[in-house]
Design a protein around this ligand. Structure first.
Ligand code: NAP
Length: 295
């Protein structure tokens, strides 16, 4: 079920995942599948780094000559002070999901969640430019999503819908500099119906609907969706969530989180290895893995 064999020797370039916990992550599977498919001498392993040791973890990458690292919950913001340079988008979002160790030993942080999130939307640019949009959730992923939507599509209205309003308020404040059209609004779920009904794009960034709670949805009324909607759920397990099934049943275009997962990984992979990730091979391997696990 895992990737084909990778070979580790004295010249293997290592990539770490820094997270806590890391037991559920798909990143080693994704990257090692790609390394094996391309026959390149890299290996990817996950490291559970408790929050109080994250500085040691990041500095260790440079000392141990790692090619780089992926960064996941809860460290995406915490790694920033330990990096020598940030991409403009990582600085804007205030979070880094990947680190490259350069040959001179310096550490560069980027945010490829943005690239991954946008990949399935870019072919729909004509429908999205200047449109009304709504984002469910105001956590780490919502930061990257809201920033990407603001700067890419310059929406007329971008409504952040959250159960903890202070988080959505803080996110809106942090993104003010990128909100040239004054598009950002904040709503509780209870007051957001008109915003959801009127949005061309609705993005779920909450974990609601994730396996095993597959009967849950972050937006319970399917009748609020219609054939003008594009509904994007960044949850990738299952690939078709209840939210997406509800939206599709009312004629909406739907996008699942698997493309984002693979494309954010691909945008990191090329920076670590200099090779384009074989995304079709990886997606097929993920589907086979998921079928076997849920059989
Ligand atoms: P996070 O920082 O913990 O944020 C989660 C957000 O969802 C918070 O705003 C939280 O609200 C809200 N939320 C949680 N449960 C809720 C509920 N029952 N009702 C309403 N809101 C709820 O997590 P994250 O890093 O943003 O990740 C969120 C999801 O995105 C996860 O499922 C993750 O797997 C997925 N994701 C997918 C990709 C991909 O590549 N496809 C990439 C990144 C993340 P509170 O603040 O009130 O708790």
């Amino acid at each position: 079920m895992g990737p084909d064999a990778i070979h580790i020797d004295a010249n293997t370039r290592l990539i770490a995942l820094l997270g806590y916990p890391v037991g559920q992550t798909l990143s080693p599977f994704i990257h090692n599948t790609a390394f094996a498919a391309q026959g390149i001498n890299f290996a990817f392993a996950a490291f559970p780094v408790p929050p109080e040791r994250i500085g040691d973890g990041v500095r260790g990458l440079a000392a141990l000559h790692f090619a780089g690292a992926g960064v996941t919950i809860p460290h995406k913001q915490a790694v920033l002070p330990y990096l020598d340079e940030l991409s403009p988008r990582a600085r804007a979002v205030g979070a880094s999901n990947m680190i490259v160790r350069r040959p001179d030993g310096t550490l560069f942080g980027d945010n490829t969640d943005l690239t991954g999130f946008l990949a399935p939307l870019l072919p729909l640019t004509d429908r999205l430019r200047g449109a009304d949009m709504a984002v469910l959730g105001a956590g780490g992923a919502a930061r990257a999503v809201a920033y990407a939507l603001l700067v890419t599509f310059r929406p007329k209205r971008l409504t952040l819908i959250a159960r903890t309003s202070s988080k959505a308020d803080m996110l809106a404040t942090d993104l003010t500099a990128f909100d040239e059209r004054n598009a950002l609004e904040v709503h509780a779920f209870s007051t957001a119906r008109a915003a959801v009904r009127g949005a061309r794009l609705v993005v779920n960034t909450t974990p609601v609907g994730m396996y095993p709670a597959v009967d849950d949805s972050p937006w319970n009324d399917a009748d609020d969706f219609g054939d003008d909607h594009i509904v994007y759920d960044i949850v990738y397990n299952p690939e078709e969530t209840r939210l997406l099934n509800d939206a599709a049943s009312r004629g909406a275009v739907t996008i699942g989180g698997l493309d984002m997962l693979v494309e954010q990984a691909a945008a990191a992979y090329v920076q670590w290895t200099g090779h384009e990730m074989p995304v079709d091979v990886v997606k097929e391997a993920l589907r086979r893995r998921s079928e076997m696990l849920h059989r």
